[in-house]
Ligand binder design. Structure first.
Ligand code: SF4
Length: 464
């Protein structure tokens, strides 16, 4: 019996969230295949004899692509039982049940998916009745080494671009899933609710080994936060570096963890850390408080200096447009980026991101958010909101247009930043010239600039 996994989009990564459950089903004796819609197309010969199709909804962009692709999947595999899984699955269960999904899973899904597929194989008559509600599990599961041999080669995915312009092939690893924090806007929170699960060290190291054998020269750790369990991270890095001393890596680590674990930074560098992505979100303490980020704008500045002192590049991410953003606050964000010499470290799209309020978001628990939200929009898969000052929404649209235009014309980050600077200062009625920037340097980064909460492009919505 054949099971096909479909990954609509995952930031240019060869997906752990596909490779892990795929291995679990293969170990059970099922024939398994996968389609990565960022690189492959929906083709009849892969889908027509599938008994089960499992679609991974790991982020907002992926979920919107999955909705658009669903009728075509249904058409190519009319007899398959379709299920969806991932962070965005449970929150959008109603929509996917209406589209024709039979089951919806979120959290630690491997065992639940395997049971579902076994019940399909066995012709279980209670199947439909037992899967009418989404299943969320954060309990321990049985692990297998992820199965990646039939996925597109690593060099077809995002690669590492170094400061001198040279590139390295990247492998993608997760050492934990979930998160122990409760930031209000985060899609991990409604599923894991402050918990995280470690992937066993032996599984992580076996996955690193097979990706190095497949050409990986750099590992990108895709954990929601790499230092949720610092002891686990240290043991893995120590073993990885001993076995592969030339391998470099990057990871995502929150500001408060970087502060708490600052003595670890030189060791991270020695183990090969080239850059750290950190969800700074804002330089406005009011906004940071609303999002319950657990850090303030001063902490961000300290972390910039700490990482720089350890020779690790910092790649901050932002959500500049929220209902609490002010025009002057947006200008302060730009000025902070200039002062901290981070222009080349911030992808242009980061300066246009608008707070996303998807189904199930914990932002909806807050009375502070509710007055700004309209009804759920099934097209957008979220609750559209309006800023109380229309000028802020206007600025966001202008900046979005500048970023998209810059993307189309291959403009550099600095050229786009200059245009954004002018627009933002015009919006507050001042013209402040952009200070002369001499000491910014290109920083190592991945070649896929899109962001997990960004809306999909029209091309992404049609490429399957
Ligand atoms: S620390 Fe990161 S992953 Fe964890 S809840 Fe906050 S935003 Fe989400």
């Amino acid at each position: 019996m054949k099971v096909v996994f479909i990954n609509p989009y995952e930031l240019g990564r060869q997906s752990f969230a596909i490779a892990s459950p795929l291995a679990s089903l293969q170990a059970q004796g099922f024939a398994v295949e996968s389609i990565d819609l960022a690189l492959q197309r929906l083709v009849p010969n892969k889908l027509q004899d599938a008994a089960v199709i499992a679609i991974h909804l790991g982020m907002h962009t992926a979920t919107r692509i999955a909705v658009a692709a669903f009728p075509r999947i249904r058409q190519l595999a009319p007899n398959a039982r379709i299920c969806v899984y991932g962070w965005y699955a449970a929150a959008n269960a109603k929509l996917f049940f209406e589209l024709g999904a039979m089951a919806v899973f979120s959290g630690e899904v491997e065992d639940a998916l395997r049971l579902f597929v076994c019940r399909v194989r066995d012709g279980d008559l209670k199947l439909e009745q037992d899967y009418r509600q989404p299943l969320i599990s954060t309990g321990a599961i049985e692990w297998q080494v992820p199965e990646r041999s039939q996925m597109p080669a690593l060099d077809r995915y995002a690669n590492l671009v170094l400061a001198d312009g040279s590139c390295r092939t990247v492998g993608f690893i997760e050492t934990t899933r979930g998160c122990k924090h409760l930031c209000r806007h985060c899609p991990v929170v409604p599923v894991y609710q402050g918990r995280f699960r470690a992937v066993p060290k032996a599984i992580v190291l076996a996955d690193i080994r097979q990706q190095v054998a497949a050409g990986a020269q750099h590992i990108s750790f895709g954990d929601p936060d790499f230092l949720n369990g610092p002891g686990h991270a240290i043991r893995i890095l120590d073993a990885m570096h001993t076995e592969f001393p030339d391998l470099t890596f990057d990871a995502t680590i929150k500001v408060s963890h970087l502060l708490e674990q600052q003595t670890l930074l030189p060791r991270l560098r020695n183990w090969g850390c080239l850059f750290i992505t950190s969800a700074v979100e804002s330089t406005d303490n009011v906004v940071l408080e609303k999002l319950q980020k657990g850090h303030c704008s001063k902490d961000f500045e300290v972390v910039v200096h700490l990482t720089r002192a350890s020779n690790i590049a910092l790649s901050p991410t932002f959500i500049p447009f929220t209902p609490w953003t002010t025009l002057s606050g947006y200008c302060t964000l730009l000025e902070t980026i200039v002062r901290l010499q981070l222009i080349d470290s911030v992808p242009s799209i980061q300066l246009a991101i608008r707070l996303l309020v998807p189904a199930g978001s914990w932002l909806l628990k807050d009375v502070d958010m509710l007055p700004f939200c309209n009804d759920f929009d099934p097209q957008l898969l979220g609750y559209p909101w309006r800023h109380p000052q229309p000028a802020v929404d206007t600025l966001q649209r202008q900046i979005q247009a500048v970023v998209e235009e810059g993307d189309r014309n291959n403009l550099g980050r600095r050229q786009v930043f200059e245009q954004i600077w002018v627009l933002a200062h015009q919006a507050i009625g001042e013209y402040v010239s952009l200070p002369e920037i001499t000491s910014c340097q290109a920083t190592p980064h991945l070649s896929e600039p899109w962001y997990c909460c960004a809306e999909p492009t029209s091309q992404q919505l049609q490429q399957f």
